[in-house]
Design a protein around this ligand. Structure first.
Ligand code: NAD
Length: 438
């Protein structure tokens, strides 16, 4: 039977209540006396290949403790390895899809087209919604009167780390990229000295040493590969070396800042990118595996590996492009496909975290539960826009898009997020009040 118990990993990811969080002002809004007036629904994901689930048995505890009733659609966690019994054992109710969809708060992994018809006015929906890509689902949810929180918009601050799905899922993608490359490579990774001869270790180059890149470095090292890594931010050198990889230094003049948490790469000019490709070409040509993870926030992924550079690699070499969905770091990448170029395989995976659904769900669910926890008050929801994490993830509310950056993407005039407003009328009979902190 499918059944995953809580793991150590899940416990490590479970934080105490984040520092800096303040309790709501007494009397700042209506409080429900019925501790079960708040329902949180979890449904089975419908998108092809999306095997993750938005809540796991391990993630339930904090929600139940805060007075919520959690309604899990029958079979919602099966693809991720979580049985209905495992949820029920931890205190959730197993219900039909319709019942789960009627909940006050709906947790999803993908908030896509399906979500619009499934959502009722006044409902709070939390999940991945790609709001900065201008996804029509976002405006449709606004029109429907739903309150949408997009997990991609969790600020990358120390306090919000326990809610950062971009990091938790990138970690998994970096790990899986190394395994995908190993599966496609006609060689082994480790150095082997045997009676049948000596096998040289595979040479792996990681381009971009952010969260996914560092995870890929650690995984490739564990498998015994010789690993080199390059990032445009020189400050990551130390982290790269601490994982046992060699940092590739290019004499490239940029004004990239240090690499402390929260430091992000700036977009390079066309000339800088051209120079970068020239300098990196020899290292790429000498590698058996190249894993690219380079991204710049809010921009198309930079093209770092050109067709000419791929032509210089030995047949049998493999490129795994983790930026495939953002346009690709390799000129030949096709998202969702493997391109063969003169015997070099260029793999452009999409939604890699969903291919490790148990652990991806454990981490995603913890991130989501930590965000929801910020808004739960004795069995009701308090959308406190004075809390930066709540405010930064809030995308739609009361019939409109309220997030400044998302409004910009949709071509809407700037608008201040309302600090206080009347709670929207809930459609479902059991829906509790949505309190608004003033
Ligand atoms: P990302 O996915 O946006 O980019 C991946 C990497 O690509 C980055 O390291 C970036 O420097 C690199 N890159 C961009 N353009 C490049 C180019 N032309 N050539 C080579 N490399 C290029 O980044 P990420 O993984 O989301 O995180 C980046 C940084 O933010 C890391 O230092 C990470 O530790 C930090 N971070 C902090 C927090 C937090 O404080 N809560 C959370 C997550 C990440």
């Amino acid at each position: 039977m499918l059944h995953h118990e809580d793991t150590d990993a899940a416990e490590v990811l479970s934080p105490a209540r984040p520092a800096g969080h303040t309790n709501p002002t007494p009397g700042s809004g209506p409080m429900s006396t019925d501790t079960h007036s708040l329902t949180i629904g979890v449904v089975r994901e419908k998108r092809a290949g999306e095997d993750r689930v938005a809540m796991t048995p391990a993630g339930l505890a904090s929600l139940l403790k805060a007075g919520a009733k959690v309604l899990i659609e029958r079979g919602a966690g099966h693809a991720a390895g979580f049985s209905d019994e495992a949820y029920a054992d931890k205190g959730a109710e197993i219900v039909s899809r319709e019942q789960a969809l009627a909940a006050r708060v709906l947790l999803r992994v993908q908030v896509d087209e399906d979500a619009v018809a499934d959502t009722h006015p006044g409902q709070i929906v939390i999940g991945l919604a790609a709001p900065l890509a201008g996804t029509p689902t976002v405006s449709a949810l606004a029109e429907r009167g739903a309150t949408l929180f997009a997990m991609e918009l969790v600020p990358r601050t120390t306090r919000a780390q326990a809610m950062d799905v971009l990091s938790s899922q990138a970690n998994i993608a970096g790990y899986k990229a190394v395994l995908l490359a190993a599966g496609a490579l006609p060689k082994m990774y480790p150095l082997l000295t045997t009676a049948a001869g000596t096998i040289a270790p595979a040479k792996v180059l990681i381009v971009g040493a952010g969260v996914a890149g560092l995870s890929a470095i650690a995984t490739a090292r564990r498998l015994g590969a010789l690993v080199e890594a390059y990032d445009v931010r020189p400050a990551v050198k130390e982290e790269v070396e601490s994982l046992g990889a060699r940092f590739v230094e290019l004499p490239l003049e940029t004004d990239q800042e240090g690499g402390g948490s929260g430091a992000y790469a700036q977009q390079l000019s066309d000339e800088q990118l051209q120079k970068q490709r020239e300098l990196l070409a020899k290292t790429v040509a000498n590698s058996d595996v190249v894993i690219t993870t380079a991204q710049v926030q809010g921009a198309k992924a930079p093209v770092i590996v050109t067709t000419d550079m791929v032509s210089m690699m030995s047949p049998g070499s493999v490129i795994v492009d983790l930026a495939a969905e953002q346009g690709g770091n390799c000129e030949l990448t096709v998202a969702g496909e493997t391109v063969d170029h003169g015997g070099v395989k260029v793999i452009g995976p999409i939604n890699l975290p969903a291919t490790i659904p148990t652990h991806a769900s454990l981490m995603y669910a913890k991130n989501v539960a930590n965000l929801v926890q910020l808004m739960l008050r004795e069995g009701s929801v308090d959308v406190d826009v004075d809390d930066d994490v709540v405010r930064d993830t809030l995308v739609t509310r009361e019939g409109e898009i309220v997030h400044p950056r998302v409004r910009e993407v949709f071509g809407l005039a700037p608008k201040a997020v309302p600090a206080a407003a009347a709670p929207p009328a809930p459609a479902a009979s059991e829906s509790g009040p949505e309190e608004v902190a003033s």
